[in-house]
Structure formats: structure tokens, C-alpha cells
Design a protein around this ligand. Structure first.
Ligand code: MSP
Length: 511
């Protein structure tokens, strides 16, 4: 699968495609940022990466939002899809593709994949009656409801009766169990794998996959009175972007290394229904899932439809800058459990890790090199004690990135930055006379900055390039290749070091 040794495998990473009935908020940004950071880490490893995000544009929920806005469904979808696209540009998200489910390429892939499942005997016609939550675009059985309301949105469900096509989910219980039990990487963290196993073990009913009551969707190719239910169209976006039905060589190249990032709210769809659909279509390579909890505000999931005011990413970028926000989001919330979103925690993180630690290290080193080394960065000492710190930091960070634990990876990286600051505090090069002794100290500090800077590019793509230039390194930090770039001794010495404005000026909240 993915490589840790820079041997250049492929790595296909996806976010959920976001509904266009809502505008982007920090909760959506959280998934996208984690996927982006992991995509960037894999590029550093030399992997060929395909990073996909996009928008989910069909279904009743979107149709209703468009009606309320007095727009056609497509015009409404286009306007909101553009808002997601620009939010991701603003956050410096490095996606290679942005898919909209209203695109022709997607219609073709959905029809191809579900026709395959139909031809294989896994889709049949029947009548469906049940309670439907429009916000989830999902049916619930009575046991799932809380006081008659949707368990997630806490809103009344709607009773619906429809002629539907059904997907024989029940036929896949054994294969799903085997996959989930045998493959520790099927769904991570493990708690979510157990949750999916629990769902399968409870028994799987066949699921309705088409609607006649709405027209805003992808027509069922063998019965055009029906459109596919939005979830069965949406999940297929991942296959569309990998080339399913359009370019077999592309699909075969990307599909075996698929990694889906998602919130726990959509685990059932991704961890049970989607793998079964793939198997029904004859695709036996199943994706790896990386599932995270909710960002909470006041104990509730941050969302617009849940009634809580969702925070827009632009407000955070105005306050903390793109990299300040990115770093704090990745570092403050461990990937997996629910986590409180807090403005104060971002301020604290920004000041402690960015202003006082990383930014301060870069400034201090540049100032001393200016004063004591004539502005030319000296080479590091091959046997420096900081070399051990760098080796440990890299090993721990690499393991954590591979396990999709960005918070742990950044913690390990910042230990190196902190040790470099302590090393300066112990040696006090600013008190030394210019000469070989101060050169060694500054060469070692510059080398620690170089290594930490490469390792921090997935979280802070802009600030790291500024630091990279300041210490006189040629090219781009993000173009370096790991693990080689983390080996002690790469700082060439003899290059100009620039003093500049603080990269992260200390944040003072407006009082
Ligand atoms: N359109 C479906 C997904 C289809 S994927 C084939 C959907 N869209 S959504 O717009 O509701 O986005 C859901 C995803 O957004 C969650 O799974 C999660 O990744 C992210 N989040 C939305 N709110 C969130 C929080 N408050 N906290 C963390 N993640 C959140 O479901």
C-alpha cells in the first residue's frame, strides 16, 4: 500500500463530498485539513498522490434548499459548490481534483457501477415504507429514533411509501465481517472498526437505493422513472474520480491505495454499504477508512442544521492566518474521538507553539547568525546531540502520520523545535565571541530548523517556505523527499541567513 521509504507508491486520499445545502464551516474544514496534511506528507515521501474532494449535489435536501432560495437545483448547487471550492483555496488545500456529482463523468460512472451490481443480481424492485430524515437523507427504523426524532438532527422524520429498487446488502454480511475482522487497517481508529462490525453482526437488511418521488438525481439506467437515492450516487464519486468505467488503467492504478477520510456520522455508509456495493460490482479491493469524531461547540456537534451557529473558516483565517488556523486544528484535536472546539485553545496553541517556539527559534537563530557569523549560516556538527533529537522526532512523526494521527506527529515535530530552543538557551551563543564555537552552535540550530521545517510543511505550507528561504535553503521545503531530508547533516552551510519580520507575531485577542 502506501510507502514509508520514499519508494514512490500511489496514494489516493478522499474527503466526504459535502452537501450543497449548507455552506462550509469549521467542521467540514477539519476533515479536509486532516486529509490535506496526510496527502502532503505522502508527497514528501515521494508517493504519487491523488487527493480528491468535492460536493454532493443531488437529493431532497438540496432540492428543498434550492426551492427555498428560489433557484433551480443546479444553480443553487453551483453557487454553494463554488463556496466550498473557494474555502479550500483559502485554506491552501492541495486537492488534485474537485468532483461535483452533477458532472457527466459522475453520471456515467454511477450508471456503470450500479448496472454492474444489477447485472450481477444484487439489485431488485420492491415497495418501501419507512421513516425518513431529510437532513440525513436516510431511513431510520423505529428503534433508532429518539422521541420520534432523527437521532442526529433531533428533528421529526417523515413517513414515506415508495416503489424502490433494493440493494441486497444482506448478501454481504460474511464478506464484510471477514474484511473487518482480518484487516486491522480496514477502519481506523479501531473503535470505529468495532462499531462497523457491530452493525454487520446485528444483521443487515437490504436497502432501498432508488426514488420515484424526486427527479433531482441520476436516472436508473434500466428504469428511468427512478433516480438513484443520493447516498448511492454520492459514494460512487470516489470511483468516478479514480477513473471507474472511463479509464481502466487509471482505476487499477489508484483504487488499491484508496484512503477515505470521514466523520463518524457517515461510518455506516462508508464502512458497511460502500464496501458491499463495491463487492456487488465485482471490485474486491476495499478502501481504508480513517474516521474522526465531531468538533463540538457547547457539547453539541458543530453544524448549521443542528441549530448551533457554525463558525466559518474565513473568520478563523482572519484571526490566525491560514497556517495558524491549520496548525491549531491539526494539533489541538486528536484524530478519532469527539473534541471541543475552542477559540481560547487556538490562541494558546498559536502563542505557545508558533509565536514562542517555532517563530521564535527562526528569529533568534537569524539574529545571532547576523551578529556573530556575518549573516552566513555555518554547517552543522555531524555528532551534535540535537542529531539524536532529530532522529527520534522523525521516527515518531513518520509512524504517527502513517497511522493518521497528525496531532501526535506534530507533537513529535515540535519536540525537536523545543529541544533546539533549549539547546540555544543552554549554550547562549549570543554571549559568545564570533568564531568556531558559535559557528557549531548556530549550524546545529539551523539544521534542526531545516529538518523540523520539512516535517512541518503538511501543517503549515506557507510559513515553512518562508522559514526555508530565511535559512538560505534553495528550492522549496515541500519539494524535499523523506526520509532523506530528515537525515542530520543536510544543511549545507555557507549560505545567507536572513533576518525578517516575525513569522508568527504573538497573538493578542482584541479585548
Ligand atoms: N454528503 C454527505 C457525504 C457523502 S460522502 C460520499 C455528507 N455531507 S456533509 O456536508 O454533511 O459532511 C459530512 C462530513 O463533514 C462529516 O462526515 C465530517 O467529515 C464533516 N463534518 C461536518 N460537521 C462536523 C463536525 N462538527 N465535526 C467534525 N466533522 C464534521 O454527509
Amino acid at each position: 500500500m502506501s510507502s514509508t521509504d520514499g519508494s514512490g507508491s500511489t496514494f489516493f486520499v478522499t474527503t466526504p463530498i459535502y452537501y450543497v445545502n449548507d455552506v462550509p464551516h469549521v467542521g467540514h474544514a477539519y476533515t479536509t485539513l486532516n486529509a490535506d496534511a496526510v496527502a502532503r506528507w505522502h508527497r514528501l515521501l515521494g508517493d504519487e498522490v491523488l487527493f480528491l474532494t468535492g460536493t454532493d449535489e443531488h437529493g431532497l435536501k438540496v432540492q428543498r434548499a434550492a426551492d427555498e432560495a428560489g433557484l433551480t437545483a443546479l444553480d443553487h448547487a453551483t453557487a454553494t459548490s463554488d463556496r466550498f471550492r473557494s474555502a479550500w483555496e483559502m485554506l491552501n488545500i492541495s486537492n488534485d481534483d474537485f468532483i461535483r456529482t452533477t458532472e457527466e463523468r459522475h453520471h456515467l460512472a454511477v450508471q456503470a457501477l450500479l448496472s454492474k451490481a444489477y447485472d450481477n443480481g444484487y439489485i431488485y424492485a420492491d415497495t418501501y415504507e419507512g421513516d425518513y430524515c431529510v437532513s440525513c437523507e436516510a431511513y431510520y427504523v423505529e428503534d433508532d429514533l429518539v422521541d420520534g426524532n432523527c437521532p442526529i438532527h433531533k428533528r421529526p422524520v417523515e413517513h414515506m411509501v415508495e416503489d424502490n429498487y433494493f440493494f441486497k446488502l444482506s448478501a454481504f454480511a460474511d464478506q464484510l465481517t471477514e474484511w473487518l475482522e482480518a484487516d486491522a487497517h480496514s477502519i481506523r481508529p479501531t473503535g470505529y472498526r468495532n462499531e462497523a462490525l457491530g452493525i454487520v453482526r446485528q444483521g443487515l437488511d437490504d436497502v432501498s437505493i432508488s426514488r420515484t418521488s424526486i427527479s433531482w438525481g441520476i436516472p436508473v439506467p434500466w428504469d428511468t422513472d427512478h433516480v438513484f437515492y443520493v447516498w448511492y450516487d454520492a459514494l460512487i464519486n470516489y470511483a468516478t474520480a479514480a477513473g471507474y468505467g472511463a479509464d481502466d488503467a487509471d482505476f487499477d492504478k489508484w483504487w488499491p491505495t484508496t484512503h477515505h477520510f470521514l466523520g463518524k456520522d457517515i461510518l455506516r455508509f462508508h464502512g458497511v454499504y460502500w464496501p458491499a456495493m463495491l463487492l456487488a460490482a465485482g471490485i474486491t479491493d476495499l478502501p481504508e477508512l480513517h474516521v474522526h469524531g465531531f468538533l463540538l461547540i457547547g457539547g453539541e456537534k458543530m453544524s448549521k442544521s443542528g441549530g448551533v451557529t457554525a463558525i466559518g473558516p474565513a473568520e478563523m483565517v482572519d484571526e490566525f492566518g491560514v497556517d495558524g488556523f491549520r496548525y491549531a486544528m491539526l494539533r489541538n484535536h486528536s484524530f478519532g474521538p469527539d473534541s471541543d472546539f475552542s477559540y481560547e485553545a487556538i490562541v494558546e496553541r498559536f502563542n505557545s507553539d508558533l509565536a514562542n517556539t517555532y517563530g521564535n527559534l527562526v528569529s533568534r537563530v537569524a539574529t545571532v547568525v547576523g551578529k556573530k557569523c556575518g549573516g552566513i549560516g555555518p554547517a552543522p556538527d555531524p555528532d551534535a546531540t540535537l542529531a539524536t533529537a532529530a532522529r527520534t522526532a522523525y521516527a515518531e512523526a513518520a509512524t504517527a502520520w502513517e497511522a493518521v494521527q497528525p496531532s501526535v506527529a506534530l507533537d513529535a515535530t515540535w519536540r525537536l523545535v523545543r529541544e533546539a530552543n533549549e539547546y540555544l538557551a543552554e549554550n547562549e551563543p549570543w554571549k559568545m565571541e564570533a568564531g568556531p564555537e558559535v559557528d557549531v552552535v548556530m549550524g546545529n540550530a539551523l539544521e534542526a530548523i531545516r529538518i523540523a521545517t520539512v516535517m512541518a510543511t503538511p501543517a503549515m505550507p506557507e510559513a515553512t517556505e518562508i522559514a526555508w528561504k530565511r535559512i538560505g535553503m534553495p528550492g522549496l521545503a515541500a519539494e524535499q523527499r523523506l526520509p532523506d531530508a530528515a537525515v542530520w547533516g543536510g544543511y549545507p552551510g555557507g549560505v545567507p541567513v536572513e533576518v525578517g519580520d516575525p513569522i508568527f507575531p504573538r497573538f493578542k485577542p482584541a479585548s
